[in-house]
Design a protein around this ligand. Structure first.
Ligand code: SAH
Length: 457
């Protein structure tokens, strides 16, 4: 280890910053955030420095650096554009055994500044020891994206509960379980983020009161249509906190790769030659695991509330007072249309879009005359086996025989295939693709040849 990471308490402690330009400004911002008693020395200062002085946040010393300025300082930062001056600051600090950061020669200095992810009081600092600063920055961006903005609020809130948790739970393992539940309680996090104090109190009390085994929760997460890049950040965070992930066949391997390594995985989809697990049984499985106190993630292709039967699963949970939340996903219609170059609406061709299920329980469940109207786009989910019926009904209701149609198979994945033609060819085209496929009907399909970036079959 070339450096020891330390978190310094600078509040009210004298620090000297040498330099009055843009680089120095960035350092000043950090030091002010940390509450340092900041003195800044330079012959000239940029505008923000004058503002900070006027508001009493720091002291400006106009002129050149002198070693005496370091008297009583805990930390020095050399941030001028002159290598020579920076060196002087460093030498003087070294002589006085004061830690010093030097912007243009970090490797020679006694302190380097890490990249910071600030979720105060939670702080993550990343450093490559000055060897690969771009890599450190990229890593910082990744961590930044992974850590919810409101994490700091949760950490601060946890701090306020520490005493009570000590009192209420005598055993270490109980406390740990309590904290795990608290930190992964999505609704509590949301309530803290939105400063909803009554709700925070209610949920916290419920956590304290319920037996530890009862503190399960279910999060319905939309996995998007296939490409793992289309998972939301929030969805990813949930996958990484899950005790168990219950998924079906539309969830891609790539997405499953992102599930926390130790989490249990349960497949409830259809395997070749077998039927899928009936919905009622899935509802019971979710309930069962949540009642064991687990954090259950129900992972669904696309968006859980669009032909995902998410609503039915939640009804069962609500009836048993299991806390739940929903993380939306990119639905197949959005994903496929974007990746196939077919905008769902267009000022000239379609003023509305309808998401329609092709999986019909009864004849006449759909009002075909409304579906056959011009100037709209129809997107059929689960429509492959019903393609002949869709074609027949739309033609019978007077939709133009040359209405363009496209079928997108495995949309957004590397296996995406698109076939297109006209309404009279729909049944035939449906024979050329496999499930999962989406049927898009409308004049917008013609734009595909102008806009398409991906391959077609
Ligand atoms: N909740 C999902 C839809 C579930 S219904 C969503 O919001 O996307 C299942 C149907 O979705 C499939 O029969 C198919 O029509 C469509 N579908 C899902 N993923 C797809 C994909 N990657 N490519 C094409 N169609 C897809």
């Amino acid at each position: 280890m070339d450096y020891l990471p330390l978190f310094c308490q600078l509040r009210g402690r004298a620090c000297l910053l040498v330099g009055g330009g843009e680089v120095a400004e960035r350092k000043a911002r950090l030091l002010l955030k940390a509450g340092a008693d900041l003195r800044v020395c330079a012959p000239h200062f940029s505008a923000p420095f004058h503002e900070w002085q006027q508001t009493g946040q720091l002291t400006l010393i106009e002129g050149t650096f002198e070693a005496e300025m370091l008297a009583a300082c805990w930390l020095a930062i050399a941030a001028t554009d002159s290598h020579e001056v920076n060196q002087q600051v460093q030498t003087a600090a070294e002589e006085r055994q004061i830690f010093c950061n030097v912007v243009d020669a970090p490797e020679a200095a006694s302190v380097i500044m890490p990249s910071i992810i600030d979720r105060s009081p939670l702080l993550v600092a990343v450093s490559s020891g000055g060897r690969a600063p771009v890599m450190a920055r990229l890593l910082r961006e990744k961590i930044e994206a992974l850590l919810p903005q409101h994490l700091g609020k949760i950490a601060a809130f946890a701090g306020s509960l520490r005493q009570r948790v000590k009192q209420d739970f005598s055993e270490m393992s109980q406390r740990r379980r309590f904290w795990e539940k608290l930190f992964s309680h999505d609704r509590l996090a949301q309530s803290l983020a939105s400063d909803d104090a009554p709700q925070v109190e209610k949920l916290t009390e419920a956590l304290f009161q319920a037996p530890l085994s009862d503190r399960g929760e279910v999060v319905l997460v939309g996995a998007g249509p296939g490409d793992a890049g289309l998972l939301t950040l929030k969805g990813l965070q949930q996958l990484q906190q899950a005790d168990i992930v219950i998924y079906d066949r539309l969830v891609s391997e790539e997405i499953l790769e992102l599930v926390r390594r130790d989490a249990e995985r349960l497949f409830v989809g259809k395997r070749a030659g077998h039927h899928c697990v009936p919905q009622e049984e899935i509802n019971q499985i979710l309930l069962h695991h949540a009642q064991q106190g687990k954090r259950v993630v129900r992972l669904k292709g696309g968006d859980p509330f669009i032909f995902g039967r998410g609503g039915e699963e939640l009804e069962t949970l609500a009836a048993h007072h299991i806390p739940f939340s929903v993380v939306p996903g990119i639905t197949a219609a959005s994903g496929c249309s974007a990746y196939a170059g077919i905008p769902l609406t267009h000022r000239d061709h379609a003023q509305s879009v309808r998401l329609v299920t092709g999986h019909l329980k009864h004849e006449n469940q759909l009002d075909w005359s409304k579906l056959a109207a011009e100037q709209q786009t129809l997107v059929f989910y689960m429509g492959l086996s019903q393609a002949p019926e869709i074609q027949r009904q739309l033609l019978a209701q007077g939709m133009a025989a040359d209405m363009p149609v496209a079928l997108v198979e495995n949309g957004t994945s590397v296996r995406q295939r698109v076939v297109d033609g006209t309404l009279t060819q729909l049944a035939e085209l449906a024979q050329q693709v496999q499930s999962p496929s989406l049927i898009i009907v409308g004049r917008v399909v013609t734009l595909r040849h102008k806009l398409n970036l991906s391959q077609s079959a």
